[in-house]
Design a protein around this ligand. Structure first.
Ligand code: FMN
Length: 182
């Protein structure tokens, strides 16, 4: 798949088949996501692959927030990936001070780039994904027992897209709205 097709045809997938995600396929996605650009090549993004249905159900029951469709998405997905990051490296000097007035923000920026690279790589390999930001972060961090010095960024549901669902792109803004010249 060429880059433009990959960018244009990737959709947030919220319904999956029951087919498990092969471990080698996920490893391939991760090895491609590792090529995302990052602050001074700090590569802070990490991934916890959750395929245990008991853990997935606990996340649905205890850490999803009311009003989102995320419980149904997680229930449908054979694999849930928790994206975490190593704190206090990206955007920081060696003495622990911020490099710029963006403060902690560069960490989130780098995670976003890594997540999109992950999703594009997955799409190229025939997998569907959706990034989810609506959950009880602190509660889930504690439940997942993150390694020391890491923070939970996002959840990404991963699986083989349900072929009965037609995926259409939500409307995008026109270039003249997005772009200005000086
Ligand atoms: C940071 C972030 C958080 C998101 N959180 C959720 C979420 O909690 N639940 C959900 O169903 N979709 C979530 N999405 C997916 C967006 O709704 C989706 O990307 C957007 O509607 C555009 O659709 P597309 O991805 O198919 O192009 C999230 C996307 C991003 C980038």
């Amino acid at each position: 798949m060429d880059a433009q097709t990959c960018i244009l045809t990737r959709r947030s997938v919220r319904k999956f088949t029951q087919e498990p995600v092969d471990h080698t396929l996920l490893e391939q996605v991760i090895s491609l996501a590792a090529y995302a650009p990052s602050w001074k090549n700090t590569q802070i993004s990490r991934y916890i692959a959750i395929e245990d249905p008991t853990v997935q159900q606990a996340i649905i029951d205890r850490f999803c927030l009311p009003g989102s469709n995320n419980p149904a998405i997680i229930a449908s997905a054979p694999l849930l990936v928790a994206q975490t990051f190593v704190k206090a490296r990206c955007g920081f000097e060696r003495d622990g001070t911020y490099t710029t007035d963006r403060g902690e923000g560069w960490q989130y920026y780098d995670c976003g780039i890594a997540a999109q690279t992950f999703c594009l790589a997955a799409h190229d390999l025939g997998l569907g994904t959706v990034i989810m930001g609506v959950f009880d972060r602190k509660g889930l961090e504690e439940y997942l027992q993150l390694p020391e010095g890491q923070e939970l960024m996002a959840l990404i549901a991963v699986g083989h897209p349900d072929p009965s669902v037609t995926l259409t792109a939500p409307k995008r803004k026109e270039t003249d709205v997005l772009l200005s010249w000086r």
